[in-house]
Design a protein. Structure first.
Length: 400
């Protein structure tokens, strides 16, 4: 079998069960493994370390399938992994029609993201949406799709592999039906009693920010009789949660007119009073400053921007952007107000994000207390050996 042998002492991370092998850790490759082929990874002294998917074009040269020498990587392997992931979600995730079914490395399927939607109507139509982001899962795509359909009894599988990371794996971006019927233009999924339109075909990620479920529930809980501002609102996830929670008014900002149109459909789909919701098609940075200059103030603000730092090279610029919005956001809060602030940049860890926010509070000359650290829900589990999986970081702050 094709074998990857590491340089001396480069096995330490694998012994700690970290699932990646970088190109600069490899001493030699025996055989000519194709992209996605399963290889044995061995220490320099010949000890077995893992079975992994080989990716000749990526700096992450191999992604671990299994640390068990006796576990073959075959169709049965993917069936077991998918069934295990589904069992976890069925036990832990409730009151939602939108679930992260597979979360890459944490579910033993590196490079694979799968979200599962259930239509909130009499049909209860299911829709699986996949992102194949690494050579290994791309090579086993057919087996994975069959495993997903078999475990969920859902015949409809759609691919949203239109992500730039595929290019680092030597793969082209691709979108389309993998099984069953094409998804509707929008489907409606219910979450904690709120109905959301989801654009599976063209929306961000797989159409919805499934990772923010628990945080939307917290906004719902804390919004009663408050003036709420939601920046980078997309299709209004936090806005809808605030309206459901009894907010007096919700001002929402996004630079996508199409997303705001879908957000307004969401208001109608839930029967909320449209008069309590204001939608601004505008640049959030400029609008935050204008709201402050105009004397606007809020009781609860959500800052959930897009990824400012796609890689480590962008960290400094991203830090300035995060500080900018948090500085103005804190100034816009009334005394005792609440700020939900997030970063989804994997290159910015939780410690750095807190430092950025602390710097913003100091420059805003406000005393801010951290009430809660925020992250993704239980359908986004984190491997203890793989801190890179914690991409979503958040803080709930209260000003004095």
């Amino acid at each position: 079998m094709n074998t990857v042998t590491l340089k001396p002492s480069k096995e330490k991370s694998l012994l700690r069960r970290h699932p990646w092998v970088y190109a600069n850790a490899i001493d030699r490759v025996d055989g000519k493994p194709a992209a996605g082929a399963t290889v044995l990874v061995r220490a320099h002294d010949g000890r077995f370390l893992a079975r992994a998917a080989y990716s000749p074009h990526s700096q992450i040269r191999a992604r671990v399938w299994s640390f068990d020498e006796n576990e073959p990587v075959d169709h049965a392997f993917f069936k077991r992994r998918v069934q295990r992931a589904l069992a976890h979600r069925q036990a832990m995730v409730h009151n939602t029609g939108a679930t992260r079914l597979i979360f890459g490395e944490a579910d033993g399927l590196p490079g694979l993201i799968v979200d599962y939607y259930v239509q909130d109507d009499a049909s209860k139509r299911g829709q699986i949406v996949c992102q194949f982001m690494a050579a290994g899962v791309e090579a086993w795509k057919d087996a994975i799709v069959q495993a997903l359909m078999g475990a969920t009894d859902c015949p409809n599988v759609y691919e949203r592999s239109d992500v730039s990371i595929r290019e680092k794996e030597g793969l082209e971006q691709t979108v389309g039906v993998l099984a069953g019927d094409a998804p509707p233009e929008t489907l409606i999924a219910s979450e904690n009693g709120v109905r959301y339109h989801v654009d599976v075909r063209n929306g961000h990620k797989t159409g919805f920010y499934v990772d923010q479920r628990d945080n939307r529930a917290l906004v719902h809980e804390l919004s009663k009789d408050r003036d709420v501002l939601n920046c980078f609102c997309y299709t209004g996830g936090f806005s809808l949660a605030a309206l459901k929670g009894g907010a007096k008014r919700v001002v929402s900002i996004d630079s996508s007119g199409e997303a705001l149109a879908l957000a307004q459909q969401n208001v109608a789909a839930n029967g909320f009073d449209a008069g309590r919701a204001t939608w601004l098609d505008a640049d959030a940075f400029k609008t935050l400053r204008k709201l402050y200059d105009d004397g606007e103030r809020f009781d609860l603000i959500v800052l959930d921007p897009p990824k400012f730092a796609p890689s480590r090279e962008h960290v400094d610029r991203a830090a300035r952007a995060y500080k900018d919005i948090n500085l103005t956001g804190l100034k816009l809060l009334r005394p005792g107000g609440l700020l939900f602030t997030y970063s989804c940049s994997g290159a910015i860890d939780a410690e750095l994000f807190q430092k950025i926010v602390a710097g913003a509070a100091a420059d805003a000359r406000v005393d801010a207390r951290i009430l809660k650290r925020l992250g993704a829900g239980v359908d986004h589990p984190l491997l203890t050996a793989f801190p890179e999986g914690e991409y979503l970081k958040g803080l709930l702050l209260q000003t004095a």
